[in-house]
Design a protein around this ligand. Structure first.
Ligand SMILES: NC(=O)c1ccc[n+]([C@@H]2O[C@H](COP(=O)([O-])OP(=O)(O)OC[C@H]3O[C@@H](n4cnc5c(N)ncnc54)[C@H](O)[C@@H]3O)[C@@H](O)[C@H]2O)c1
Length: 533
């Protein structure tokens, strides 16, 4: 299968895709939830796709189709299921450039990053291809003779996967691939501003040989999705929810799942700190801060929120970061730029709101003095491309940030980095933990003891030493705590606990009823034994 070409990377007038939900292998008719255009954020004249949105019934029917398909899929031996995933991985690999071009076009990710994101899907398929040959259970000793105990992993059933659009293909693959290898059927709800990408990902995975109904896609707005999920949970059609998105929506999903006695996988927002100690290589820290603060225009869950810098190197760090930001190439994502546009109008709007409410009150805004949208009236020197056509924003550094400032504890999801000054190591740890999120944290230091102490005390789910707050590998657990998630983890073997349940089996061949918790008096005679215990 090949992804239909989307045209030249630098071309602007390209084919528009017509997209609808896919249930049981077939496109759904009509547009009960209305129609929506998905546009290129680097050139809002370019319409990438027109989507026929589904409604509550579309969501429920997709869950029903998944339920019907799941038991047959679960009976396919896991090593055979994983061969389907292996083929899917090869299909994605064969379409790597086409999918990366679509990624750059629909959400404005710089092309090199887009290629990396597609590679992450391939890596995930490779990892879980082997996992299908393991899915190990255990043998467990029994306290009784003539008895064997085992554990098996069994699929959860139907998984509803709802994802954000800043990683519109890699993050869904972190859910879809292990869920499918484990024998589940899936209903996938892509982000509303990345429908073409969600659709393309599902088509490529299906091309590996998934039976109809095993991977369904619903395009719907947030409210319809919530009501659809609620109805499907009430009808007993969903067994696991995977949600990646904002903390606010994650709370709603968590509460809904709790009412149905389900524990979802919640991967939410972040306000990620990067500590630069007096023993850091400052240039290296600046490089990490530039990449994680401004790469993807700060629209990663792991984007750097606040640099927490020791007073002895604070001024040097701030000056070097400001210089690096001033010369960083920004603009057309088909070119070699640090970052392109905001992913979607909603992020452009919310970032402007933050600029007004949270950033303007700060007097010490560094970097280029300009903030806000890059336009001919508010230009940026060296901008790559035509700024007025897209949702491009100036990079902003706010220095002199204090813990009581709302900006310290608010995810702004845009090209903005706060800088704070600290004196003692305890203070740095408090500032790294005090914002309420717990996704990713970094420390720059050449002192291993300091790095270890930081790792022990920081509350984030992921810690980097001498590396930026961003980045993930397909086989390392990914996830956060507190406002960043409910402690669930994706990637690697750890995600298997999200998509399987443990079934324990006890097999008695004694030929008589044996009961557990036997009386200790049955133990071999030893007068002192019980006292010694
Ligand atoms: N921790 C992670 O792994 C991770 C990864 C990527 C993004 N994120 C976070 O995602 C956020 C940005 O993405 P976003 O703005 O698209 O998030 P969002 O919460 O607005 O939307 C995420 C998904 O949920 C759907 N949705 C919206 N409202 C809903 C509702 N009431 N009920 C059910 N579904 C609903 C959306 O259509 C979308 O598919 C940021 O906070 C970012 O940090 C987290």
């Amino acid at each position: 299968m090949s992804l239909s070409e989307t045209g030249n990377v630098s071309g602007r007038v390209q084919a528009k895709r017509e997209i609808s939900s896919t249930v049981a292998g077939r496109p759904t008719p009509g547009a009960p939830g209305g129609r929506k255009l998905s546009t290129n954020p680097a050139d809002t004249r370019d319409v990438v796709a027109e989507v026929a949105l589904g409604d509550v019934e579309t969501f429920v029917s997709a869950c029903r189709a998944a339920r019907e398909a799941q038991s047959a899929w679960a009976r396919v031996p896991a090593p055979v299921r994983s061969q389907v995933i292996k083929r899917a991985g090869r299909v994605v690999e064969a379409n790597k450039e086409a999918l990366a071009r679509l990624l750059t076009r629909e959400v404005g990710k710089p092309y090199a990053e887009s290629l990396g994101e597609v590679q992450e899907i391939v890596d995930t398929c490779d990892f879980f291809t082997s996992e299908g040959r393991r899915l190990y259970g255990q043998t467990v000793p029994s306290e009784m003779p003539d008895k064997q105990l085992f554990t098996f992993r069994v699929p959860v059933g139907v998984a509803a996967i709802i994802t954000a659009g800043n990683f519109p293909v890699a993050v869904p693959s972190w859910y879809l691939v292990p869920a499918l290898v484990c024998g589940n059927a899936v209903v996938f709800k892509p982000a509303d501003y990345a429908p073409a990408l969600g659709d393309a990902l599902a088509s490529l995975l299906r091309a590996g040989g998934l039976p109809d109904g095993v991977l369904n896609v619903v395009h719907a707005g947030g409210e319809q999705t919530f009501s659809g999920l609620e109805a499907a949970l009430e009808a007993g059609l969903v067994d696991k929810v995977g949600f990646t998105g904002s903390t606010a929506v994650g709370r709603e999903i968590g509460a809904l799942c709790g009412r149905h006695l389900q524990s979802p996988c919640l991967e939410l927002g972040g306000k990620n700190p990067l500590v630069v100690t007096e023993r850091a290589r400052v240039d290296l820290a600046v490089e990490g801060a530039l990449f994680s603060g401004f790469g993807t225009a700060g629209q990663r869950c792991t984007s750097l929120g606040t640099a927490i810098v020791h007073e002895s190197v604070h001024d040097e760090f701030l000056e070097k970061l400001t210089c690096a930001v001033e010369v960083a190439p920004i603009g057309d994502p088909t070119e070699d730029v640090l970052y392109g546009p905001m992913l979607d109008r909603k992020f452009a709007r919310s970032f402007e709101g933050f600029l007004e409410d949270l950033i303007e009150p700060h007097h010490s805004v560094s970097g280029s003095t300009a903030t806000g949208r890059i336009t001919p009236e508010n230009p940026r020197e060296g901008f790559v491309g035509e700024a007025e056509r897209g949702l491009f924003y100036h990079p902003t550094i706010v220095s002199g940030l204090r813990q009581e400032d709302p900006l310290y504890s608010t995810e702004t999801f845009g090209p903005l980095v706060g800088v704070m000054r600290y004196g003692s190591f305890d203070e740095a740890v408090d500032l790294a933990n005090g914002h309420g999120y717990g996704l990713s944290a970094a420390i720059y230091t050449e002192d291993p003891a300091e790095a270890f102490r930081f790792r022990e005390r920081v509350s984030a789910g992921m810690v980097s030493v001498n590396n930026s707050t961003s980045g993930a590998e397909a086989h390392l657990p990914f996830g956060g705590n507190a406002r960043s998630g409910n402690g669930s983890r994706q990637s690697g073997v750890w995600v298997l606990d999200q998509f399987t349940r443990w079934q324990s089996v006890n097999w008695d061949y004694a030929g008589k009823l044996q009961k557990a918790q036997m009386d200790v008096s049955d133990l071999p005679a030893d007068g002192d034994f019980r006292l010694r215990c």
